[in-house]
Design a protein around this ligand. Structure first.
Ligand code: PMP
Length: 355
């Protein structure tokens, strides 16, 4: 930190993103991207008219895309908010809804950005422990009287809670915002989105980064009551009114035009997830049940950090955290069948070397 930086950030520990090697020499199973490229329609849409119009600002309201998302999710455009990745959405939500008087609670093992935003915006936060099997007890959040952020399904565990449980949490915290981060909802989970019609304190966040193969485009969106959306708009128009660039907007619309392609890819990911989990079980791995495009797994012989390092030295990147509760575990993104075969070959080598 230079001597010019505000002292209010002295205690801030920034988020550390997963490795993004630029030479592409790894089988990359570390940041939950889709292994499948965007659909041909997306490539066409980005290449055509939009690049020639980059001299012009994009539509700050993202009208066309918001209308398309609203139609798809059977809500109104005033229920939809667009953000530059769901990370920006989370940032805006923490800024809009949390402060000293409105603290926030989230699970102790979840997406690493939640505590960072709490710290950035100087919001008191409570980390509620998951149970021993990494499942979440919804009772811990009922009547909590704080803002609540829950990733459902959770990351990095992959476990989900039911829509009925979410409803109970939302219903019993009427004076606070309950943010459900559904980044991984399209890989077999059930969205709590229909509840936004009934509860004006529910904010559902989704992203184009995973199921829709658009991590590099940076597009997240929220679905909520018009009141919460207007609050987010106020923050957006006070931060960066053109937060979705022209190319991403065009790519996203073309993505929605080619939904079947993504549904097919999603099925393949679910098949590969089941197959990889079964193969790992044969090797003695313990893997949590997952409704996402990744699995959280524990090697029977090799400690998590070492397992991660060995895989990396063999050309496979996965994610490991030096956090005591999960130090034995690694998170492995589900890729193509070929990528998972390569991963499993390397796992077998590591087990052999470990004796
Ligand atoms: N929420 C969760 C639970 C995530 O795992 C991620 C991906 N790292 C995000 C949000 C952010 O995704 P993006 O900003 O790419 O939409």
């Amino acid at each position: 930190m230079s001597r010019y930086m505000s002292a209010r950030f002295d205690g801030l520990e920034a988020y550390v993103p997963g490795e993004q090697p630029q030479d592409m020499q790894y089988v990359k199973l570390n940041t939950n991207e889709s292994p499948f490229p965007p659909s041909p329609q997306v490539l066409e849409a980005v290449n055509a008219a939009q690049t020639a119009r980059l001299n012009l600002y994009p539509d700050p309201e993202g009208k066309v895309l918001r209308a398309r998302l609203a139609a798809m999710y059977e809500v109104k455009p005033e229920n939809v908010f667009l953000a530059n990745g769901s990370d920006e959405l989370l940032s805006f939500a923490f800024m809009a809804f949390c402060d000293e008087e409105r603290p926030v609670a989230f699970p102790n093992i979840s997406y690493g950005f939640y505590p960072v935003y709490a710290s950035l915006y100087q919001v008191p936060s409570t980390e509620i422990p998951l149970k021993e099997d990494f499942s979440l007890d919804p009772g811990d959040y009922c009547g909590l009287n704080q803002n609540i952020v829950i990733a459902n399904p959770n990351a990095p565990t992959g476990r989900a809670i039911s829509v009925a449980d979410i409803e109970e949490i939302v219903r019993t915290n009427p004076d606070h915002v309950v943010l459900i981060d559904e980044a991984y909802i399209d890989f077999g989970g059930e969205s709590c989105l229909p509840l936004i019609r009934k509860y004006d304190n529910l904010l559902v966040c989704q992203t184009f980064s995973k199921f829709r193969s658009l991590a590099g485009g940076r597009l997240g969106f929220a679905l909520a009551s018009p009141g919460l959306i207007a609050d987010l708009d106020k923050i957006k128009y006070s931060t960066n009114s053109y937060n979705i660039n022209r190319l991403t907007m065009a790519a996203a619309i073309a993505t929605l035009d080619s939904n079947d392609y993504y549904v097919e890819n999603g099925k393949k990911i679910q098949e590969n997830r089941a197959w990889t989990t079964a193969e790992l079980a044969k090797l003695g791995f313990e893997t949590l049940p997952s409704l996402t495009n990744f699995i959280f797994t524990r090697c029977p012989q090799v400690e998590g950090g070492t397992f991660y390092q060995r895989l990396k030295s063999k050309g496979v990147l996965v994610r490991h955290w030096n956090k005591p509760e999960i130090a034995d575990w690694c998170r492995v993104t589900i890729g193509t069948r070929e990528q998972m075969e390569f991963f499993l070959d390397k796992v077998r080598e590591i087990l052999k070397e470990a004796g």
